[in-house]
Structures are given as C-alpha cells and as structure tokens.
Design a protein around this ligand. Sequence first.
Ligand SMILES: [Zn+2]
Length: 145
Amino acid sequence: MLDCAAAQFALQVSGRPQAQVTGMHELSIAYQLVEAASNAARQNGAARVTVVHLQLGSFAGVVRDALEFSFGIAAEDTPVAGAQLLIEDVPLTIFCEPCAAEAILPDNRMFRCPRCNTPSSRIVRGRELLLTAIEIEEPHGTPPG
Ligand SMILES: [Zn+2]
C-alpha cells in the first residue's frame, strides 16, 4: 500500500440535489481520480496501479454506482486501467452541541441529532471525496542505465 499524500485531493462538492444526477458529474470526478492516481504511480516509478482507495461521504453528492462505472471508463489507456476501486463509505456525521458529541445521521435529509433531536448543521464528516491511497505493481528490477 502506498500512502498517497502526493496525490491526495479533495473535491469541493456543493450540496447538489440528488435528482440532478446524470452521471456526467461522476465521470469528471473519475477522470480526476485516474489522473491523480496515474501521477502518483509515475512519481513512484510504477507502471501500473492495481488498487485505488477512496473515501466517499454519503453527503458528497456522488452516486457510488455511477462513480464505479465511470472509473472503468476513465481508466482506459492509463496506468490505472484494470485497477480495482475500493470505496470506503463515510456516513454523514454532525456535531451536536447539547450532547457535546458527534452523531451519525441515519437520514441525509434530517439534520437532527438522533439522541436529543436538536437540529444541527455542523457537518463533521460525510462530504469526503478523497483519494487516500493507491496500490501499485512493484517495479521489476531497475532499468539499465
Ligand atoms: Zn444531541
């Protein structure tokens, strides 16, 4: 596993209504992911990326299925072609003042603490779209010269 600090990026995703999802959004994200992973592979002298690790918040406004599908398309003819996309789901989490604690929301449309029912808009987690690591094919030997 290769820590992907060099390639780490976070996309700003606005609170886009789910109804607008067409797949084009996911495709453009997939291209950025593939580019970042390709760059990281190059920087580490790897010819091929085998696994791409991604954190995806449930409130990131990204449809997971569409992203997985788009990833395969975006990866074609790149070092990322054929790589596995491993998505770690990040649940939407708010901070509740009265409870002085974080709370995972069961429903993205109800911004209320599930413990005390106090409304809160302090999102702690759940908007992530983060390339966390890639796994690469180890370079076989060193090139002559
Ligand atoms: Zn609470």
